[in-house]
Design a protein around this ligand. Structure first.
Ligand SMILES: Cc1cc2nc3c(=O)[nH]c(=O)nc-3n(C[C@H](O)[C@H](O)[C@H](O)COP(=O)(O)OP(=O)(O)OC[C@H]3O[C@@H](n4cnc5c(N)ncnc54)[C@H](O)[C@@H]3O)c2cc1C
Length: 238
């Protein structure tokens, strides 16, 4: 995409601090003092951190309610690298390759075509299991889950080389995982589809394909066509 539109037009590490559409054009200001102006903008900023951005004029009642009521979870991944994918050698496969009502919840094999001969996978924790691990000191999280798994499935992981963790609720750029409307939140579908003045919304949390990158792509196409209904895909097809 960068090659198609020009790499010089992509600006990284520019945190949006303000969106001002009170004038003729939309002005976006970043925390480090850059300013951009346009006829319209597509925002993919997660609704979970939208309250950190100053907006002029302020959000409509519907948008403000949607940003406040959208639900976000606290998914934690415990990522494990092993000396070899010993579970595959034991013909244990599948997505997930192990799952149950245990604190380790699910183990997903992501070894794929890893060239070093190592095994790779992650434990995928949500709800009470995520809460329990988040309450631990950081250094204890991975080792605790790995030792719980090894008690239930001795020898399946083989020799563990490294363990790390990634908690969506601890990432300042999103502060949560899996945005979705609450029960009774069907009204949000129309709300996220409607632009706010010249601000158009995209992101997987603005689709019913939440939690999958297809949702992000679908929403990007929707926003692009709101701005230019005759927009063509880069391949030239529609
Ligand atoms: C635990 C988990 C597992 C997943 N597994 C899969 C999977 O197996 N397959 C799959 O297809 N999808 C998966 N997904 C979903 C996939 O990650 C999302 O669909 C995709 O990342 C959404 O893309 P996006 O561009 O909408 O949002 P994001 O990727 O969340 O991007 C939002 C961007 O906004 C930026 N941002 C935030 N605030 C500001 C600001 N003020 N200024 C500028 N930028 C800002 C953030 O830095 C971030 O880069 C998973 C998601 C989670 C949480």
């Amino acid at each position: 995409m960068a090659a198609a539109i020009g790499p010089d037009k992509i600006v990284l590490n520019a945190q949006v601090a303000e969106i001002d559409q009170s004038g003729d054009r939309v002005r976006v200001s970043t925390a480090d003092g850059k300013q951009f102006e346009g006829d319209a903008i597509v925002s993919t900023i997660p609704f979970s951190v939208m309250d950190e951005i100053a907006v002029k004029p302020g959000w409509s009642a519907g948008k403000a309610r949607m940003f406040a009521e959208m639900e976000w979870d606290k998914t934690v991944k415990i990522i494990v690298k092993t000396k070899s994918p010993s579970w595959l050698a034991q013909t244990v496969r599948g997505w997930p390759m192990a799952g149950g009502d245990r604190p380790w919840e699910r183990f997903i094999d992501i070894t794929g075509n890893e060239p070093g001969g190592h095994g790779s996978g992650f434990f995928y924790l949500n709800g009470d299991n995520a809460d329990a691990v988040l309450a631990l000191p950081r250094a204890e999280r991975g080792p605790r889950i790995v030792s719980q798994f090894e008690k239930d499935a001795p020898g399946l992981l083989g020799e563990v080389v490294s363990v790390s963790d990634f908690a969506w609720s601890e990432q300042p750029w999103i502060k949560g995982s899996f945005g979705g409307p609450p029960i009774g939140g069907g009204w949000m579908i129309r709300e996220w589809t409607q632009p706010e003045g010249r601000i158009h919304f995209a992101g997987d949390f603005t689709t019913l394909k939440t939690g999958w990158v297809e949702g992000a792509i679908e929403s990007g196409l929707r926003a692009a066509r709101q701005i230019d209904p005759s927009a063509e895909q880069l391949s030239g097809g529609r």
